[in-house]
Design a protein around this ligand. Structure first.
Ligand code: HEM
Length: 589
């Protein structure tokens, strides 16, 4: 078909033209010079040659790349009835119909039903401020960052997966297995994660000969066990009146367990599943990009700290403070612009032939909103390579919007897609990013490391992982706790989350078994890395000395903070979290 198309060319309706774009080779199209790393840079480079909308063919399929927000809105939003389908993913061939992954499903009735349910569950949690789960987990995250910053990748991923696990099922325990299955799914669906997604005929290879199919089958088995077990667990907890707030609890309570059909249970299992997957996959990217940005732009860290100090008088930002902290909201938005977490977007599929500005776009084309390209559009974002939160705060910039008590925010932001397929996770993203970035700025100075001669160790500028969700490749940096009061306050936040009673459940089979190795390598290493040992007085003092701060810690203040707050933590030894507790209570004097 590819050869045929190459020889005959497309049949165009009268008066229309084919979109410009790089010409391909017979049969394979333009696959030979798409890099396996950071492909979005190449697609953006082509947009500078061929314009903000261009096309190329890969193995007979037309791929359209859009790097203008206006064109993306014209097509994906205003013509949503024909632009809201999803393409088939060769390495996950039933993605359009199975009902397993809402975000990858075709535009069919099942997708519409699941999308409505997703919206409902998200709204219910958002109206209760996400049950404060992001705040609780933020305290744990800051503590771990303070104690062992070199292990930051682990702490970021633990924060995102534990927060979304609690939101989904009311407990952080599923987080390690969730991380494992989710990362596997990312590989399954990413063009650079599994070869059949690029060389499509490999999807026809029988399972016995296909490493990709074997791996995906093992991953899917573990995921199904996790998702169905979690719903069963929440049901039982609900029967015992012990279920913590969660998407699943909201669903079960609204329906009443006895009245549910099998289809309804399956929908809820997978809708909650996709929210958990999306939350565990994506939010770590901007958190890591924030750290990268602070290494390169210490002046913005200082400005952020000033805003927090002057608005909150030394207290850590809470979600309720957002009106008072426009710069923090601007930093969140600018991080997402500077380093888009989904740089190539999630593709849509065109259902009918279309004409745009005289160009013919054929039915069946895969349409990519190139988020990387959109964020580099100089007419909207002058000097786009520079991290500049002021572009959201000063009236001289095209992206400025009043009032600053409300704007900037993430509503309607191009980084979350277009039309009927826009992201449904905004409440979680906004709260998680506001709290983690605000918390880090409040408690920590992040800066480049220095070598033995006092020279700064370079930090990469834009070296990102190649999968659909891009994250900065690991880099070195230093973290200095800004003052002993903040260290004590963070330690206190950690004690609070650690004492949470949901850590006491021991019915591990409900959450998927971290030790289940099955018959495949896929099951190995599912446990989370344990946190570092508890903090001791000497470390507080050492930090004071390092900072040249000779004021002794406020003994009386601290005692009153701790009085009556320390909780008994009788957590079973079998959970990863229990490793925290096995090391004894946190001691700060
Ligand atoms: C920084 C974090 C995130 C980013 C950048 C992001 C971005 C995106 C993008 C670009 C899409 C595709 C939109 C389109 O096709 O036009 C999407 C879809 C989606 N997102 Fe997110 N997302 C994030 C976090 C989340 C979270 C936390 C959740 C849920 C808790 C979530 C749930 C979804 C769902 C369900 C869809 C599919 C909607 C559909 O296909 O109908 N996302 N997201």
């Amino acid at each position: 078909f590819g050869v045929y198309r190459h020889i005959t060319g497309p049949r165009l309706p009268p008066g229309t033209r084919t979109l410009p774009g790089p010409r391909g080779l017979p049969f394979i199209g333009r696959v030979h010079d798409i890099p396996s790393q950071q492909s979005w840079l190449k697609f953006f480079e082509w947009s500078k040659i061929y314009g903000p909308i261009y096309q190329m063919e890969i193995f007979g399929t037309v791929h359209v790349w859009i790097s203008s927000e206006k064109i993306a809105h014209d097509l994906l939003s205003k013509r949503a009835p024909i632009y809201s389908d999803r393409p088939t993913i060769p390495n996950l061939p039933n993605n359009r119909t199975s009902g397993d992954y809402l975000a990858l499903m075709g535009r069919n009735d099942l997708w519409k039903r699941q999308r409505r349910l997703c919206q409902h569950l998200m709204n219910a949690s958002a109206s209760d401020s996400l049950h404060d789960y992001p705040t609780k987990e933020r305290g744990r995250f800051l503590y771990l960052m303070m104690r062992e910053p070199d292990n930051y990748l682990e702490w970021v991923e633990q924060f995102t997966s534990r927060t979304i696990s609690r939101l989904s099922w009311g407990s952080p325990h599923p987080a390690p297995v969730l991380r494992k299955t989710t990362f596997g799914l990312l590989e399954t669906i990413s063009p650079s994660g599994a070869l059949p997604n690029v060389i499509n005929w490999l999807a026809l290879v029988p399972e016995i000969l296909s490493p990709w199919k074997k791996k995906e089958k093992a991953r899917y088995r573990l995921e199904e066990k996790l998702l169905t077990g979690n719903v069963e667990f929440v049901k039982r907890m609900l029967d015992d009146c012990q279920a913590e707030p969660s998407f699943t609890r909201t669903f079960l309570q609204a329906k009443g367990s006895e009245n549910m059909t099998i289809d309804e249970i399956a929908d809820a299992t997978h809708v909650v599943g996709i929210m958990a997957i999306a939350g565990a996959l994506t939010i770590g990217s901007p958190i890591q990009s924030y750290i990268l940005a602070m290494c390169h732009y210490p002046q913005w860290q200082a400005r952020l700290q000033k805003e927090i100090e002057s608005s909150l008088g030394g207290r850590c930002p809470e979600w309720q403070d957002r009106e008072k902290l426009p710069l923090l909201r601007a930093v969140v938005k600018e991080v997402l612009r500077w380093r888009p977490p989904v740089p190539t977007g999630i593709p849509h599929a065109l259902e009918k032939d279309d004409i745009y500005d005289g160009y013919h776009i054929p039915a069946g084309a895969t349409i990519h909103a190139l988020e990387w390209g959109m964020t580099r559009d100089e007419s909207t974002y002058p000097d786009p390579e520079t991290f500049n939160p002021d572009r959201w705060l000063l009236s001289q910039y095209p992206t400025y919007r009043e009032p600053l008590t409300t704007y900037p925010n993430l509503q309607g932001y191009s980084q979350f897609g277009f039309g009927r397929r826009t992201c449904q996770g905004l409440p979680v993203v906004e709260q998680d990013l506001f709290l983690t970035m605000g918390g880090m700025a409040w408690a920590l100075d992040i800066r480049k490391k220095r070598d033995a001669h006092g020279r700064e160790i370079p930090v990469h500028w834009n070296n990102y992982t190649p999968l659909l969700i891009a994250k900065p490749v690991k880099f070195q940096f230093d973290v200095v706790v800004r003052d002993p009061d903040k260290m004590r306050a963070v330690t206190e936040m950690f004690a609070d989350v650690d004492g949470d009673t949901t850590l006491c459940d021991d019915s591990r089979s409900d959450w998927g078994d971290p030790d289940d190795k099955g018959d495949d390598d896929f099951f190995v290493n599912v446990r989370d890395t344990p946190p570092p040992p508890p903090i001791h007085t000497t470390q507080v003092e050492k930090t004071e000395q390092q900072r040249g701060d000779h004021q002794p810690a406020d003994e009386s203040g601290l005692r009153s903070v701790h009085a009556g707050k320390r909780k008994s933590r009788s957590v079973s030894g079998s959970w990863p979290d229990s490793l925290l507790v096995a090391q004894g209570p946190i001691v700060v004097r």
